[in-house]
Design a binder for this molecule. Structure first.
Ligand code: FAD
Ligand code: NAD
Length: 477
């Protein structure tokens, strides 16, 4: 095996593996070192996203949403269903099978593209040199013209409640539970808390979510977070805002969680399982030998410029390891950009049009600025909103909750942000991303023909509503 490559990628997650594939497409010789190990000891490409993040969580969200609809929506369609029950083992087996298939798919893609996959640990020694330690402990040095650091992130652990892998668990543990906890505690009402809280609530757990901040989903548009909170409460998620968790003690099959509530009063809650989902930190601790010159910021992120250059010649860093939202698609675009830049092609990432999606029911998605951010900027703006209740397709789906909202500049009609809460929001937002990528105006969206009856008409009507020209809802004076 050659020990010299044009490009060595450290990390085979959604930032690293696309970088490796694109570099190979650019006719460069490429190796990708990936350290992922599953609980059964097997190795797998795909990183957090495929093995313990995006994909398994979406599989369980899909399965449990089907369950919820069968239990709560079928009757509205005139379908009588009785005896519905859950086979959790089968549900979890399906999750594992899909994950395995997807991760093996990456191995197949590597083979087809000519990328050398190296299972084990990679460490940057100095520009042009990487130490590779295979899982059996064998060490060797690899030389590379370019190194792309893509080691991702790991869950933040709270000192007061360290993970024990059984009762106090991280999101990976929460995806692989083999029994439905009667009472589930979740620390953090962020994306993971809401998605996994929804999964286990739909499967029957009583779910208590303790969130430190006084506001719910502060990164989302205010109207969206307000609507979302209403629906999560309806689902039965007991979300307690403004809490400060002080201790968690696991004993006798239960975890006692002590916290102070928003009024400062001491409280406690007893749960069977506690999921700590308070964010993730960059996985940069065992990545760099002394003297590489690569800089870390105070939180451990590798410091990079807009083009993911570290400042050390030919050393690049992408994905969760660097600034910006911790999202798989953000990492993928960065990986591909770097592989193209290395090959001398033009490439860039438009950080203003990275969509966010929360895959709950109703689904939540947005791109660009919230109304609050635009207001704070002082730029005059207009807003158009269209409720799914007025969408024939959404009503046919028994999914009339939520709305699509567009925030546009009052002066030049530029679309500044689009926010959707409702059915298939994550799919609908793609149109808004494309519109913003091409600097479309609100009028451009208004003049675009949308098929009837589709959910996408909600975006069309929201754009029309921004100029009080909506057809299917009364326009506000
Ligand atoms: P990672 O996916 O973390 O991959 C890094 C890889 O590098 C890993 O395989 C790791 O083992 C390996 N590695 C680390 N150090 C080394 C080393 N020194 N040598 C060799 N290999 C190393 N994002 C979305 O966009 N959509 C979602 O729906 C979504 N859902 C999520 C659900 C959950 C429960 C979680 C936890 C995350 C979710 N995310 C989602 C976030 C998404 O998973 C991350 O943003 C994404 O995985 C980051 O990609 P990455 O390649 O930078 O890092
Ligand atoms: P997050 O940042 O979304 O949410 C963490 C939450 O925990 C925040 O609301 C924070 O205020 C709260 N918190 C922090 N410390 C706390 C404490 N001591 N007590 C109580 N609450 C506390 O992080 P996450 O949910 O852990 O997700 C991690 C990353 O994974 C996110 O950056 C997210 O982008 C990504 N992710 C994305 C998706 C998706 O795209 N659908 C899904 C899951 C995860």
């Amino acid at each position: 095996m050659a020990d010299s490559y044009d490009v060595v990628v450290i990390g085979g997650g959604p930032a690293g593996y696309p970088a490796a594939i694109r570099a190979a497409q650019n006719r460069l010789s490429v190796a990708c070192i990936d350290a992922w190990k599953n609980r059964d000891g097997s190795t797998a490409l795909g990183g957090t996203c495929l093995n313990a993040g995006c994909i398994p969580s979406k599989v369980l969200l899909e399965s449990t949403e089907l369950l919820h609809r069968a239990q709560h929506e079928f009757a509205a369609h005139g379908i009588r269903a009785s005896g519905i029950s859950v086979d959790l083992a089968a549900m979890q087996k399906r999750r594992a099978t899909i994950v395995k298939g997807m991760t093996q798919g990456i191995a197949g893609l590597f083979k087809a593209a000519g990328v050398t996959a190296l299972a084990g640990h990679g460490k940057l020694l100095a520009a042009g040199r990487v130490a590779y330690t295979s899982h059996d402990g064998a060490q060797r040095e690899i030389s590379a013209k370019h190194v792309i650091l893509a080691s991702g992130s790991v869950p933040v652990e709270l000192k007061a409640m360290p993970f024990d892998g059984r009762q106090i668990i991280d999101s990976w543990g929460a995806l692989e539970l083999d029994a439905v906890p009667q009472r589930l505690g979740v620390i953090g009402a962020g994306v993971i808390g809401l998605e996994l809280g929804s999964v286990w609530r739909r499967l029957g757990s009583e779910v208590v979510v303790l969130e430190a901040l006084p506001d719910f989903l502060p990164m989302a548009d205010g109207a969206v977070s307000k609507e979302a909170l209403r629906h999560f409460k309806k689902l039965g998620l007991d979300i307690r805002l403004g809490t400060k968790v002080t201790a968690a003690k696991a004993a006798k099959g239960a975890v006692d969680v002590a916290y102070t509530d928003a009024q400062g009063a001491a409280q406690s809650v007893k749960v069977d399982t506690l999921v700590v989902a308070v964010g993730r930190r960059p996985n940069s601790r065992e990545l760099l030998a002394d003297g590489t010159g690569v800089k870390l910021d105070e939180r451990g992120f590798v410091v990079v410029d807009e083009a993911c250059r570290t400042g050390v010649p030919n050393v690049w860093a992408v994905g969760d390891l660097v600034r910006g939202p911790m999202l798989a698609h953000k990492g993928k675009e960065e990986g591909v950009m770097v592989a193209d830049l290395i090959a001398g092609h033009f490439a860039e990432v438009n950080y203003k049009t990275i969509p966010s999606v929360i895959y709950t029911a109703p689904e939540i998605a947005w791109v660009g600025e919230t109304e609050e951010q635009v207001k704070a900027s002082g730029r005059p703006y207009k807003v158009g909103t269209f409720p799914f209740m007025a969408s024939g397709r959404a009503r046919a789906m028994e999914a009339g909750a939520g709305f699509a909202k567009i925030v546009s500049a009052a002066d030049d009609d530029e679309i500044l942000g689009v926010h959707v809460i409702g059915p298939m929001a994550g799919e609908l937002i793609a149109e808004a991303v494309l519109a913003m990528e091409y600097s479309a105006s609100t009028e451009d969206l208004q003049r675009t023909i949308h098929a009837h009856p589709t959910l996408s008409e909600a975006l069309h009507e929201a754009a029309l509503a921004a100029d009080k020209r909506a057809i299917d809802i009364p326009n506000k004076a």
